[in-house]
Design a protein around this ligand. Structure first.
Ligand code: ADP
Ligand code: MG
Length: 621
């Protein structure tokens, strides 16, 4: 996600008092809230001393709403009104749901063209509403612990989330009355939690196996800044699938039909999960379902889940390939998510990477820790001591060219740090000053983009138009500082400007700017083509008039008049014509018509250069 923000030079972030911000890991299965107290991140507990809030909401017939453990206790007795896995449906359409929905024991409301809704005794409930209940519970927990209102939160999302899913997450936060400072990818949060941003450099693989999703991210660290080299995984693979495999196995052992009612399936899943989790610390466990009793061993568990672990390792291989990283160059493997507690997962992952995975931090809390640390920076309590996590440029950075067009130099979504240069030239004969206008945005016309800075390159040696070579370099460094320099290649005159990062451009503004660029794309292209032709027309008219003023004597009077008239017609057409094709034709016609004149001027220039010199002198040159 976009994290770099740039404002006009001089516009610095406001000074502020200490503000309260938290990090929220909104999980498919469990959610947590953490904050930074005296420099270190800690997870906040509920009244019963529990950190994890099961991401479950129960809608009662009496209009009550229960969130968390109280709700999950009702999963077996009242499955249709006990909603879990809402995160899997966030921002999804009906089409996406059919594959998932078949496995989710709920009734869905299909009328709505958008996101499917759960049908409950309190009416249709959207996944956004369910997520909002969870978020509200966590923010209330934090406000109770702090005794003050929250100023904002960083909420984590799987790296796989697309725009719609991210937007739905934000909507849920808004509904819960939470100000979202930023959405942060879960694996990136984990790397921050481990303080890996303090090292000099390295390659980090973050293996996150939660209840509902698997993410593998390959991060590269340079000068304390993360670059996301690749992400991969499976948005529908996690510990829940382990549970399902175990539940199916139990069902088989019990001799049950394949078709079982939701309540019974629930019960099997609950037992399966309990068995799986107890196998993390013991070799074998006893399962009791209805009047069936049996043993599940680690060996049997391995048989059931091995294919799924293999699936995650194949995704790891793909991600490394996408990142163009050898397995040997991975310096750190971070394990995230409750399912990495299963010993077999840790073993297989460590084997695959050929080194022991990091498990120093609690795999359940690590994402919330990172979110809290990032929230602390974003809310401004770190006063620049800590780096903002920068990963990509949210909006393209460009330069204004003739005719009010923008030439993009660094494209949107480029990972930083980055440096890109491009050469430009002068427009007029003898031009000694060039105005550099730094812009940000996706639109084609400079006026529609955001102006970041202006400066001038002076003392360019006078040359013919197009003779000077000006190299403009845009550099965004690890701290998000954009500096732009312009340098004339021959004379080496140089000028530069720095644009400071700030909190000036909100994510809403970025989103709006992107939306505008998409909705105006077609208009913009036409406008750009027209501007380009107008610039061409101006250039031709100006050059030709100057040449006629200077060298008209080379032509017959009638020829000269003809050309002057054609120039006047072009200027006239350029003034009112809004079709770039028509203008282009005229420009082409006039340049063709003036070819003879250009040839004569060239001859005459050569002759005058030769005049007064002997041939010998010329030979010696
Ligand atoms: P999510 O990010 O999807 O909310 P979590 O990271 O909270 O998920 O992980 C939840 C998953 O971790 C569940 O499938 C749960 O059964 C599993 N899990 C939790 N504790 C253990 C354990 N001790 N052993 C194995 N799996 C566990
Ligand atoms: Mg998770």
């Amino acid at each position: 996600m976009a994290l770099l923000q740039i404002s006009e030079p001089g516009a610095s972030p406001q000074p502020h008092q200490r503000k309260q911000a938290v990090g929220i890991d909104l999980g498919t299965t469990n959610s947590l809230v953490a904050l930074v107290r005296s420099g270190s991140a800690e997870v906040l507990l509920d009244e019963d001393g529990r950190a994890m809030l099961p991401s479950v909401v129960h809608y009662g017939k009496d209009g009550s709403r229960l969130v968390g453990a109280l709700a999950s206790h009702l999963a077996v007795s009242d499955p249709l009104n006990t909603l879990s896995s809402a995160k899997r449906l966030l921002g999804r359409g009906m089409a996406d749901i059919h594959s998932l929905g078949a496995r989710l024991p709920y009734d869905f409301d299909h009328d709505d063209g958008g996101m499917p809704k759960f049908r409950t005794c309190q009416g249709a409930v959207s996944p956004i509403q369910v997520s909002a209940e969870i978020l509200r519970t966590l923010s209330e927990r934090a406000e109770k612990a702090l005794g003050v209102m929250l100023d904002g939160a960083v909420i984590t999302v799987p790296a796989y989330f697309d725009d719609a899913q991210r937007q739905a997450t934000k909507d849920a936060a808004t509904l819960a009355g939470i100000k979202v400072l930023r959405l942060l990818n879960e694996p990136t949060a984990a790397a921050i939690a481990y303080g890996l941003d303090r090292a000099d450099e390295g390659i980090i693989a973050v293996y996150d196996l939660g209840g509902g999703t698997f993410d593998i991210s390959v991060l590269k660290l340079t000068k304390g800044v993360f670059q996301v080299l690749a992400t991969g995984g499976d948005s529908a693979l996690g510990g829940d699938d382990f549970d399902r495999a175990i539940a199916d196995w139990i069902g088989e052992q019990m001799g049950l039909d394949l078709v079982i009612d939701p309540a019974q399936q629930r019960q099997l899943l609950v037992s399966a999960r309990a068995a799986k989790e107890s196998l993390t610390t013991s070799e074998s466990t006893l399962i009791n379902v209805e009047d069936w009793q049996g043993q599940l061993t680690r060996e049997q568990l391995a048989l059931l889940i091995e294919p799924m672990i293999e699936q995650t390792l194949r995704a790891c291989k793909r991600a490394l390939r996408d990142a163009r990283v050898d397995i040997q160059s991975v310096n750190d493997i971070v394990l995230v998510g409750g399912s990495t507690r299963t010993p077999l997962v840790n073993t297989r992952v460590s084997e695959f990477f050929g080194r022991a995975a990091r498990v120093d931090l609690d795999p359940d809390s690590v994402v919330a820790f990172g979110a809290a640390l990032q929230a602390e920076v974003l809310i401004g309590n770190q006063s620049g001591k800590e780096r903002l996590l920068l990963d990509v440029i949210p909006l393209s950075l460009g330069i204004e060219t003739m005719g009010g067009l923008i030439e993009k130099i660094i494209h949107r979504n480029t990972t930083i740090p980055v440096s890109k240069a491009q050469e430009f030239t002068t427009f007029k004969n003898g031009q000694t000053v060039m105005a550099i206008h730094v812009l940000q945005g996706e639109r084609e016309l400079a006026g529609d983009c955001r102006s970041l800075a202006r400066f001038e390159l002076r003392d360019i040696p006078p040359m013919v138009a197009g003779g000077a070579k000006i190299r403009v370099t845009y550099q965004v460094d690890a701290d998000g500082l954009l500096s732009v320099s312009a340098r004339e290649v021959v004379s080496k005159v140089e000028s530069r400007i720095e644009v400071k990062p700030s909190y000036g451009l909100g994510e809403n503004e970025i989103t709006q700017m992107l939306k505008d660029s998409f909705s105006h794309a077609r208009d913009d292209m036409a406008a750009r083509a027209l501007r380009e032709q107008q610039v061409e027309a101006d250039r031709l008219a100006e050059d030709l008039s100057a040449a006629l003023d200077h060298d008209q004597h080379l032509l017959e009077l009638s020829e000269a008049q003809c050309l002057r008239m054609a120039v006047a017609e072009l200027v006239e057409l350029r003034g009112h014509c809004s079709d770039h094709n028509t203008l282009a034709q005229q420009v082409k016609a006039l340049s063709k018509a003036s070819e003879g004149f250009a040839a004569k001027r060239m001859d005459s220039n050569i002759k005058s250069a030769l005049a007064g010199h002997t041939l010998d002198e010329i030979d010696q040159d």
